[in-house]
Design a binder for this molecule. Structure first.
Ligand SMILES: [Ca+2]
Ligand SMILES: [Ca+2]
Ligand SMILES: [Ca+2]
Length: 266
């Protein structure tokens, strides 16, 4: 083969790889804030959107008065063959999960999760609060994960950044989380996927992403803290999505062609 054709193939291959990395998944953000101010959530989520645009297939923000459209997004992205991300800001929108845990297994949110998609949360206890009240309480997480006793208690739990956290989310520093994932309460197919910061005993973590090995569904929490508007949510969550999630969690076909150095130098 003539050298110029080889060069052309390399160029086409690189374009294909770039397109594959950029288009592998979509992101929806529900910016209805719980345990931090709506103003801070509006600003941080706009910053997050700007940071990941171009690195993901699409990113859309849904406000609290637009949750019917969010439900449509969830339906459309449930079984499309992509591991898509739904990011919540501390409240669980009622059109995708009936308040009070009335849908034990057939909510739009759980079907989305169990179809191999990802739900992330920042702010209040994951899945606990709906429309300003603790209507779901601890049962929200328990019902979504099908783990009867899992909780997210323990105010002021000190967590230290792990080597993975330093690598994938360089903005993250040691802090105190108020609603950590309890790694020692994971059951069934659930196990840690990426621990970015954890307590000394390794039993509590935030930020962390856990995966269900049976379904491929992932849950992740970032800064489940009380009233801390200044936590660098947009920076850390965007670093996670652009680094770890985009290159490893969704396992694009081009994974073997992708080096960490190449990603970081983009
Ligand atoms: Ca999608
Ligand atoms: Ca999907
Ligand atoms: Ca369930």
């Amino acid at each position: 083969m003539k050298p110029k054709y080889v060069f052309s193939l390399v160029v086409v291959g690189c374009i294909f790889i770039s397109a594959g990395l950029a288009m592998a998944f979509d992101v929806a953000i529900s910016n209805q804030a719980g345990w931090w101010s709506q103003g801070a959530a509006d600003g941080e989520m706009e910053a997050l959107k700007a940071a990941i645009e171009g690195s993901v297939g699409s990113v859309e923000i849904f406000a609290s008065d637009n949750q019917a459209a969010l439900a449509t997004w969830v339906k459309n992205n449930t079984a499309d063959g992509e591991n898509d991300i739904l990011l919540l800001c501390g409240q669980f929108p009622n059109p995708i999960y009936a308040p009070g845990n009335a849908q034990a297994d057939d909510s739009l949110a759980e079907i989305f999760l169990d179809s191999g998609n990802t739900i992330l949360n920042t702010g209040d206890y994951m899945f606990y609060v709906v429309d300003g009240g603790g209507t779901n309480a601890a049962g929200g997480l328990q019902t979504m994960m099908d783990i009867a006793a899992i909780t997210m208690w323990d105010d002021n739990t000190a967590v230290e950044v792990t080597s993975d956290g330093a690598n994938y989310t360089p903005t993250l520093v040691d802090f105190q989380t108020d609603r950590p994932f309890h790694l020692d309460e994971l059951e069934g197919g659930w196990e840690p996927e990426l621990i970015m910061a954890q307590n000394a005993a390794g039993t509590r973590a935030d930020p962390v992403v856990v995966v269900n090995r049976d379904t491929g569904g992932m849950l992740g929490i970032f800064y489940q803290t009380a009233g801390q508007d200044d936590d660098p949510r947009a920076a850390v969550i965007s670093e996670f999505i652009i680094s770890y999630f985009r290159t490893t969690a969704v396992t694009p076909a081009s994974k073997l062609s992708t080096s960490w150095g190449a990603i970081k130098s983009e």
